[in-house]
Design a binder for this molecule. Structure first.
Ligand code: IVH
Length: 720
């Protein structure tokens, strides 16, 4: 590991005067830090660097490598991105067929499968018997094969028809969890297979973005992952946040590995992400217990699983049992049934979205489904309601598409008693009463009134959301109140709010009002691409906003850009261009934008701060790479606040003390962590010392920790 102090972005001597030697040294340092960060994030699930620090290190490495192209190596983390779009994919033959799995749907079928398989193995069972079964969760993604030569990633391919797949090496390189160089060198060729998948939250964000652009939504993470991996432009794949789990080494036994679980451990040691949930069990009863446990527990995982894969753990059995044409006989997939439940449709309400679209939403008698309680399901539009013939008072079958999005599958027609009238969307907006309109080429009905409170509320929610201006504390209820009391009529009004305006609102004390005003203030420093996305212009999601702002270097030039100039931006078509133009041309929007600018919202790219250069905390990151533990009651701030501070200063707030702890901040009545820290000889500082430490890095008007200095607490007086 390089010296932590030197890991600060730009911390090495990489100025233009840097010698080749110095550059080479810094490059090695950066690569090692970045690779370590990727490993901790994607394999260990224990991130150490904040995203923005990671980005800064990567940027520095890119710049250095650009200056010294002779120092670039294929395993450099910079090689994950870039590469020009291709014309099509090259077909590659797999070294051995990529099989699929037989499915079973019940315990009986499962037992029958193994009875059949193991009978054949009887003559081959060894004295020490079966090593039992490996149970793994079946990830809903797509299988890929990865090839490494002398420890370096050289080729990746999709499964294709099992014999011939497509070369997607450039796309796979963009997966940050996929090791480009193994942590331990494996001489010669190594093939590893596993699953590429997308996490629920990344899937949801992608669909949100697509909805924004009015592109068709992906039904499930699997389709989304497949779509992302088959992009001709690796930059698009990179933006889709795919992940990887390794689960198979075709020649494991020749490598001296004895079991599947041992193989997974070996893979993990090489730097591959593997599922933590995988277990070796002794009997089929224990397999069933594993299946029963994960039936519900799987819904709390960040990714979708649709079953359990049960493999003979003893690799010698794999040869003995062999395979059928399509699937191995030493493994089987138990598929969980897709849950469908019947429930009463109580009501159909009409919601009015940010752009005025009227959407019918089914309000259901709450039912437990795939891990959550479902009580609403979108019916999308009038056509969909008619197609499914859904009526109020019906009993309906609901399920979750891709185990995520609740939907009505069909109506239980036999249960319909009297003949309720078909549902029709209203001709006037249910919120403001304006007559609705249909735009050309659209099915949707729209409320054309831009002052409709529903549109304003939705617009504000979007503006304040995490991917937008990220105004913490501006929740649903508060937005409702602000609009209903006429305190906010458009986005710019937010920046006029004072503590006094807010303090009188429901569930709003003086302190929370002050915090909210501070959060609104802080949001002015979000980069202009975030601002542009937050404005809620139709078809403009975060990715599009980034492309546009990148091209115009900020907001000002964008305001005067012609439709042609906009449409000429890579990734921005005529439809988006027209929408942006219409938005900025609108006189009311122009006034609102001017006001935002006057309020000091970051407008041009240069003027914008990257997240780390906050006005309260400039670029300095004194705690970079440090793990800091707090124990006992703090006087001047809450635990959450100091942890936030530590993060902003580059550190990692950690809950337990270990040899890796950089120092422990001890408040009043410290707990066992204090004892452990002294036992381990960790550096210990008092709360006051901590505030002193960070003093040079903060403004005094920082919302918390600004109270008068308390008496200095001398930790040396605390019991040992
Ligand atoms: S083992 C010969 N393990 O399920 C080995 N497959 O329905 C076959 N899958 O094509 C694969 N999670 O894409 C295995 N833990 C896991 C898996 C898994 C998901 C997928 C894989 C395979 C498909 C078969």
């Amino acid at each position: 590991m390089p010296d932590r102090d030197d890991l600060r972005p730009g911390g090495g001597n990489n100025g233009s005067g840097a010698t080749e030697d110095e550059a080479a040294h810094r490059i090695l340092e950066l690569r090692s830090a970045i690779t370590r960060a990727e490993y901790l994030y994607y394999v260990e699930d224990a991130p150490e660097l904040q995203d923005d620090v990671y980005d800064a290190l990567l940027r520095e490495l890119q710049q250095l490598e650009a200056k010294h192209p002779n120092l670039v190596t294929p395993d450099s983390p910079t090689r994950r991105v870039g590469g020009a779009p291709r014309e099509g994919f090259v077909k590659v033959a797999h070294l051995s067929p990529m099989l699929s799995l037989d499915n079973v749907f019940s315990e009986e079928e499962l037992r029958a499968f193994w009875a059949r398989s193991l009978r054949e193995a009887e003559g081959h069972l060894w004295r020490d018997g079966l090593r039992g079964f490996a149970c793994e969760l079946k990830i809903d993604g797509l299988a890929v094969s990865l090839l490494y030569e002398d420890g370096l990633f050289v080729r990746g391919a999709t499964r294709g028809d099992g014999l011939v797949g497509e070369d997607v090496t450039a796309n796979l390189r963009t997966l940050r969890g996929l090791p480009l160089a193994l942590r331990k060198t494996v001489p010669g060729r190594l093939e590893v297979r596993g699953e590429v998948y997308m996490r629920r939250e990344d899937f949801a964000a992608l669909n949100e973005e697509r909805e924004e652009r009015e592109e068709p939504l992906f039904a499930n993470p699997r389709n989304a992952a497949a779509g992302a991996l088959r992009q001709l432009d690796p930059a698009v794949t990179a933006s889709r946040k795919l992940r990887f789990f390794a689960y198979f080494v075709p020649d494991a036994i020749q490598r001296g590995l004895a079991g599947q679980i041992e193989t997974l451990e070996w893979l993990r040691d090489l730097g591959f992400p593997v599922q933590d949930s995988s277990r070796r069990v002794e009997s089929l009863d224990q397999v069933c217990a594993f299946i029963a446990h994960w039936k519900e527990a799987r819904f709390s995982l960040p990714y979708v699983t649709d079953g359990v894969v049960i493999k003979a753990d003893d690799l010698r059995l794999w040869d003995v049992l062999g395979r059928t044409a399509k699937a191995p006989r030493w493994a089987v997939a138990f598929k969980y049934p897709a849950e469908e439940k019947r429930t009463l449709l109580r009501e159909i309400v009409v919601s009015v979205g940010r752009t005025g679209t009227l959407t019918p939403v089914a309000i259901l008698e709450p039912v437990h489904l795939a891990g959550t309680v479902v009580q609403r399901a979108s019916l999308h539009n009038q056509d969909e309601v008619a197609r499914k013939d859904v009526r109020v008072g019906d009993y309906v079958w609901v399920r979750k598409a891709g185990e995520i999005i609740p939907e009505i599958v069909r109506v239980d027609r036999d249960a319909r008693k009297d003949d309720p009238p078909p549902f029709l969307l209203p001709r006037t907006c249910p919120v403001c009463g304006s007559p609705v309109v249909t735009l050309p080429d659209e099915v949707a009905l729209r409320c054309p009134n831009r002052s409709c409170p529903a549109q304003i509320k939705e617009g504000l929610r979007h503006f304040a959301s995490r991917s937008g201006m990220d105004i913490r504390g501006l929740g649903e209820k508060l937005v409702d109140q602000l609009v209903e009391r006429n305190l906010v009529r458009n986005l710019a009004d937010l920046y006029d709010l004072r503590t006094e305006d807010l303090a009188g609102l429901e569930r709003m004390g003086e302190t929370s009002a002050r915090k909210l005003v501070a959060a609104i203030e802080a949001s002015r420093r979000r980069p202009p691409a975030r601002l542009l996305a937050a404005l809620g212009i139709r078809h403009v999601g975060s990715r599009t906003a980034e492309l546009i702002v990148e091209r115009f270097r900020g907001m000002e030039a964008l305001l005067t850009a012609t439709e042609e100039e906009l449409a000429a931006v890579d990734g921005v078509g005529p439809r988006i261009a027209a929408s942006v133009r219409a938005f900025v041309e609108d006189p009311e929007n122009r006034i609102m934008l001017r006001r935002l600018r006057e309020k000091g919202v970051a407008w041009e790219m240069e003027a914008a701060s990257s997240p780390e250069e906050d006005a309260d905390f400039p670029m300095e990151r004194p705690f970079l790479g440090m793990r800091i533990v707090f124990t006992g009651d703090l006087e001047r701030a809450t635990r959450g606040e100091v942890e936030e501070l530590v993060k902003r200063l580059g550190g990692v707030p950690t809950s337990s003390v270990s040899a890796k702890t950089s120092f422990v901040v001890v408040g009043r009545n410290p707990g066992s962590k204090f004892q452990k820290a002294t036992a381990l000889g960790c550096r210990i500082v008092s709360e006051e010392e901590f505030w002193q430490m960070i003093k040079p890095f903060r403004n005094d008007d920082f919302p918390f920790a600004a109270s008068p200095a308390p008496e200095v607490e001398d930790v040396s007086g605390l019991p040992e």
